[in-house]
Design a protein around this ligand. Sequence first.
Ligand SMILES: [Ca+2]
Ligand SMILES: [Ca+2]
Ligand SMILES: [Ca+2]
Length: 406
Amino acid sequence: MKKSLARLAVLVTAGVAVVGMGAPSAFAAEGATPNGRGSLAMWTTGAKQGVGAPMETPSTVADRYAKGTLVAGPALSIDIADNSTTDADTITITGTTDAASVWVNVNGSTTAASVTGGRYTVTVPAQRGENKITVAATGATGGISIARRTVTSTNFGTLVGSIRDAAGDDNGPGTYVYPTNDAFVDGAFDIDKFDVYEDGEYVNLVTTIAGDITNPWGGDELSTQRIDIYIDGNGTDGQPFNAHQGTNAQLVQPYSVTVGGSGFAKPSVVDRRENHLGFGELLVVPKTHQIAFTVPRVALAGIDLGAAGYQVVMTSHAANDEGVGNIRPVYSKSYWDNATGTDHAWVQEYRFGGGAGADTTGTTARDTDTRDPNALDILVPPGQSQQDLLHWEVTSPVILPYVALN
Ligand SMILES: [Ca+2]
Ligand SMILES: [Ca+2]
Ligand SMILES: [Ca+2]
């Protein structure tokens, strides 16, 4: 066992991660860098945990690869489908093999599978998001077979409640149009669902969007979106209260806390008096189109999450000099339409149209008219319409309601 794992460690180090699955030339093409995250570290760690230091001389193995001959690996199948999704906190990996031993590495931690009667099984903890699974089986003649799978876990904890949102209403009051640049992919600002989960000392506020989550500008997992989540745990009436600067909107009454963040601003919990109560973490799950803000439960102290009202405002992230509050402005459709061919050709490519105003360096908002909200999609209570709620030509600033969880 010790020897087998030692060989394996060296093989992975040398970048021959597809042992048993292709010709030696394919390994050379991969170069000396392990294919995948921390291959060497993970197998070395596993070896230490399981059977001791693995780095004995791999001369026979090295020779074998230097000469371009390959010992056939054992039979190895894996039952779990690639790119599958689970909401459980563990992943059970099973399959068939004719090898005596099978090792499974998940996210850098290696575990021996139990092998009985030609089948292997092992249950490992799933980390939230993407889990990279590598299964390695060593045959009696030293050949190795490897299978890889990626499994996404959406285990956000215990669901407190959800709010669904209409599809295709990522147009604000019904008139807004996306910038034309490819960075603004279809549905990138279309809220599909909002979920609240409790997870021990944390709360997960999860916004699912209709479009793909891309990261064209090198943010932390996402680029174009900004999300502000307003939580009203008061249950008392009050006067309308300003939303995050640059939203050009108010909440129907003061929030208890707001959690705002983007790929360029860590989720931050702030109360209505602008006291900063803590930072959260951003986790994006591209496969399930989920953008999660994980915040400390203590930062939401005193709020009954199940009874609270919520508003989720989807805007587009702006750099500091592009719009106040790091929110991208919306301009009038005629200005936007006619920007092509002018010295403001970038307007159509990088700003939203269908609202009011034009670019100006005269205000920090970079907008000559801020009556129109910069919200592209919001949550809407049953029986109300987003078109009415965001109809800035009737009421400005627009007043956003809180919505109860289902
Ligand atoms: Ca929507
Ligand atoms: Ca405007
Ligand atoms: Ca909506």
